[in-house]
Design a protein around this ligand. Sequence first.
Ligand SMILES: Nc1ncnc2c1ncn2[C@@H]1O[C@H](COP(=O)(O)OP(=O)(O)OP(=O)(O)O)[C@@H](O)[C@H]1O
Ligand code: SF4
Ligand SMILES: [Mg+2]
Length: 379
Amino acid sequence: MNNSTSAPLLRVENLVKHFSIQKSFFRRDTAVVHAVDGLNFELAAGETMALVGESGCGKSTVGRLVLRLLEASSGKVWFDGEDLMSLSPAQMRGRRRELQMIFQDPYSSLNPRMTVEQTLTEPLALHGLARGRHRERAAELLDLVGLAPQYLQRYPHEFSGGQRQRIGIARALAVEPRLIVCDEPVSALDVSIQAQVVNLLQDLQRRLGLSYIFIAHDLAVVKHIASHVAVMYLGQMVEYADKKSLFAQPRHPYTQALLSAIPLPEPGLQRHRILLQGDVPNPINPPSGCRFRTRCPHARARCAEEVPALTLEDGHSVACHFWKEIAVPAALLPDANLLPPNLRLHKLQAAFQPGGVAAANVKIYPKTITEQQQKRASE
Ligand SMILES: Nc1ncnc2c1ncn2[C@@H]1O[C@H](COP(=O)(O)OP(=O)(O)OP(=O)(O)O)[C@@H](O)[C@H]1O
Ligand code: SF4
Ligand SMILES: [Mg+2]
C-alpha cells in the first residue's frame, strides 16, 4: 500500500486480535471482542503513518501488537524483513530496542521514584549500550530533547507535562530505536506545548531517520506530522492513503465525517459538519457486511450482505462498495477552506459599516486565490 520502491521497514499482514472476555461478573461463559480484524499496511523507513479513528476502534491494540507487547490472535508483522511473530522471547528481547513506544500520559509511564538519570540509564544498562559513559549519554539524550543536563537529578513530579513527555521521548531514544509507536503522545498537553512536542518528534525523525506510527484523535495534528494516514473503524482499516490524497479527496464516508469535524484555523469560520447517527456498535457483535453501515448515510442493501474489500486505486485504498458514487462533500474540498487574503481587514471594516458586528460575522469565501493560499490548500 506504500508507493515507496524500497523494501518497507514494517509490513503488517492480516493482523487479528480477538480478546476473550467474561460476559458478566455472574456468568462464566465468554464473549469475543473483535479489537483488530485483518489489518494490512506497510511503513517505510523515515515515514510517519498516522492511525486515526474513534475511541475503542483498536488503535492502541495495533500499536501494541506491532511491538509484540501483546500477542496477536493471527497475522504477521515483518520488521526489516524478519517475521517478529516467529521470534523466541530471547530473540524478541534483542529486537525490542529497535521498537519503542511513547505513551499519552508521560507521568504514569515514568517511575516516580527514579531520577531522570536513573530513568535514562536503566535501558542503557539493560541493552548493554554506552558502557562506561551512562551519565554522559543521559545528558546527551536530554540535550536531544531540548532539556538541560542539570535536570538529571530531578524526579518526574518536578516537571511540567510537556517536559515529562520530552523525558519519555528521551527514554525511548536511549536504545536507538528505528520505529516508535507514539500513542496519543500530545493529547494530554496544552495546545502550545503540543506544537513543541510535535516539532521535536519531526526534528528527531529528520536527524535520526526514525519511523513513527502516530496514534491520534486530533486530525489537525495528524495533518501536520503524518506522511500516510490509516483510518480505522471498529477494528478494521477503512481508508489508507498518503496525507495529501486523504485530506484532499477522502473517499470513505467515515473519513469524510471525521475530516468535517476539524475546526478551520480562522476564528468565526465553520465547516458544514457531517454528524453521524448513533453510537459505535459493540465490537463483541459487529454489524454484518460493512461495519460502518449502521451509521453510514449512503448505506444500501448490499452493505449488509457483503464485506467491502480494501481496494487500491491511484495509490489510495478504501473499503466501500460505492465510493466512486459518493462525492466529496463541498465543505471538505480544498477551496472551501481558503480565506480571502484580507479577511481580518474585511471583518474590521464590516464591523464599522451599517449592520456592524452582524456583518462582520458573515462567512466569506474567496473569489480569487493567491499562490500562498493554493500552497496552503495542498499542504
Ligand atoms: N485487554 C483487553 N481485554 C478485553 N478487551 C480489550 C482489551 N484491550 C482492549 N480491549 C478492547 O479492544 C477494543 C480496542 O481497544 P483499543 O484500546 O485498541 O482502542 P483505541 O482505538 O486505542 O481507543 P482509545 O482512542 O480510547 O485509546 C476496545 O473495544 C477495547 O475495549
Ligand atoms: S459500503 Fe455501504 S455502508 Fe459501508 S461505507 Fe460504503 S456505502 Fe457506507
Ligand atoms: Mg488507545
